[in-house]
Write a protein that binds this ligand. Structure first.
Ligand code: ZN
Length: 158
């Protein structure tokens, strides 16, 4: 069965950056299950998987525009160290922040005395992604899965 919209797909994947460093991998874990064609994966990944079938193994390079987006320097802000409520922020630490539009993760980019630079860009924004992918399973989605926009059962949401 070929991958197309309204198919449930299970994949194993390994993600590397331009330097060959592994950023993420499903190796040794359960495969990733997703519902194809519903924007559950980044666009470049769904494009790479379109038309593939069980047992296919391939590599795909994804530009930031089809991955986690470009960096937005407006998302980099300086905040007073007092905003951390007694925690001493250090470069690389991640905190959950929030506003009316939802919650997001900020990463401490720099600490300069009482001023802390935080970056709310996705950690993979602006990064070219190199995926190795293996298709483990392809099946028809159920009506419920299509209505909900996600996978049920093994590897799914419920
Ligand atoms: Zn559901």
């Amino acid at each position: 069965m070929q991958i197309s919209s309204e198919k449930v797909v299970a994949i194993h994947y390994t993600l590397k950056d331009n330097t060959g460093q592994t950023l993420d991998s499903s190796e040794g874990k359960q495969p990733l299950y997703y519902l194809h064609g519903f924007g559950n994966l980044i666009p470049g990944m769904e494009e790479g998987l379109e038309g593939k079938q069980t047992g296919d193994a391939f590599q795909v390079t994804i530009a930031p525009e089809k991955g986690y987006g470009l960096r937005n320097e407006d998302y980099v802000q300086q905040v007073p160290v007092d905003a951390f409520g007694g925690t001493i922020p250090q470069v690389g630490m991640q905190f959950q922040a929030g506003n009316d539009e939802g919650r997001y993760i900020v990463t401490v980019a720099a600490v300069d005395g009482d001023l802390v630079t935080v970056d709310a860009n996705h950690p993979l924004a602006g990064v070219e992604l190199h995926f190795s992918v293996e298709v483990i399973e392809v099946r028809e989605a159920t009506a419920d899965e299509i209505a909900h926009g996600h996978v049920h059962g093994p590897g799914g949401a419920h």
